[in-house]
Ligand binder design. Structure first.
Ligand code: UFG
Length: 342
């Protein structure tokens, strides 16, 4: 029988790409999503890519009763991959309680009911934001967590702690937290990708929207940092590579290879890329120029961070395959697809 996986937030950006990879690898998938930041028709697009339409249940994970009924209906789930969360750094500063309520309550409800329904495996979407500005680069998983710079970042830290404490308490749950660096790009089919609401906060959607003519110019937030070209450095990885790591993590749990019960992995390329290098890569990959202007620094920005992914390389047998240029090319293809559709 097929192993069935619950993917929360499975119509979202990273969630939808992960659902595709799970289906491609022969897993059954049921999605729970409240469609707060995504669209139901994503399941049709997933069906176009994979030939299989995943089940979708639309409700909010903060609603414990609904979640309880859901688990009553879907028996024998092998694992849960938990993406559903609010994720906008800037918004979290303005609406901290919404972020704490949503991101913490949904997690607590899930873990509590996993215990009750004896679902043994959990994969969590975490973020390199938990490291703050690390002292040593590339950053390894044992680097100390720094005080979070935003409520959003704090929810990721607290969620990791809640999961670890739950695993340690011996209720029969094993978990893997995946700390993502900066996911970019879209599925090569251009049928799924990131759908930012309003003005994008993140660099690559801002680049593609500027290239398309939706924004006048990209603002480069600072060129006077202590980095080779003065702009901030990140580790950008292709979302399909990131999605595949989730399949590997689920397999590791199901095959009982997670001995310690709770594990954490960095997911990145291991390569630091500056904002200017990212712009150059986009222009090289697409042949389209991006108008930009250097402005002041963005408050709260980390100066430089990139992953040491060697633990994930070794233990998960996972590494990124796509280049930065390939990622940019798919981001551009997706941008054109959504604009032509509207
Ligand atoms: N940047 C610009 N102009 C823009 C947008 C971004 O110059 O219009 C720069 C930023 O200053 C930064 C880089 O591009 O140097 C990347 O910025 P993003 O907003 O794309 O990504 P962040 O690294 O700031 O944030 C991301 C995720 C968060 C996560 C964080 C962890 O969006 O969810 O990584 O570090 F918490």
């Amino acid at each position: 029988m097929k192993e069935k996986i619950l993917v929360t937030g499975g119509t979202g950006y990273i969630g939808s790409h992960t659902v595709v990879e799970l289906i491609n690898e022969g897993f059954g998938v049921v999605i729970v999503d409240n469609l707060y930041n995504s669209e139901a028709e994503v399941v049709d697009r997933i069906a176009q890519i994979t030939g299989v339409k995943p089940q979708l249940e639309v409700f909010d994970l903060c609603d414990r009763e609904k979640l309880n009924s859901f688990f009553g209906k879907y028996e024998n789930l092998s694992a849960i991959i938990h993406f559903a969360a609010y994720k906008a750094v800037g918004e979290s500063v303005k609406k901290p309680l919404d972020y704490y309520r949503n991101n913490l309550l949904s997690l607590i409800n899930l873990l509590d009911l996993m215990k009750q329904y004896q679902i043994p495996h959990f994969v969590f979407s975490s973020s390199c934001t938990v490291y703050g500005q690390p002292e040593k680069l590339p950053v390894t998983e044992d680097a100390p967590m720094q005080p979070a710079v935003s409520p959003y970042g704090n929810t990721k830290q607290i969620c990791e702690e809640i999961i670890r404490d739950t695993v340690v308490s011996g209720v029969g749950i094993k978990a893997i937290a995946l700390r993502y660096f900066n996911p970019i790009g879209a599925h090569p089919s251009a049928l799924i990708g990131e759908l930012p609401r309003g003005i994008p906060e993140n660099l690559v959607p801002y680049i593609t929207q500027t290239a398309y003519g939706l924004r006048d110019e990209l603002k480069v937030f600072g060129d006077d940092y202590d980095t080779p070209d003065g702009s901030c450095i990140r580790d950008y990885l292709h979302v399909v590579d990131l999605a595949k790591a989730h399949v590997t993590a689920v397999r590791r749990l199901i095959e009982e290879k997670n001995k310690s019960g709770y594990e954490v992995f960095n997911l990145g390329t291991g390569k630091g890329v500056s904002v200017f290098e990212a712009i150059n890569s986009f222009e090289r990959a697409t042949g389209v120029k991006v108008k930009y202007r250097v402005t002041g620094r963005r408050p709260g920005d980390i100066v430089k961070i990139w992953a040491d992914p060697s633990y994930a390389n070794k233990e998960l047998g996972w590494k990124t395959m796509s280049s930065l240029d390939e990622s940019m090319e798919t981001a551009w293809k997706w941008e054109k697809y959504i604009r032509n559709k509207k």
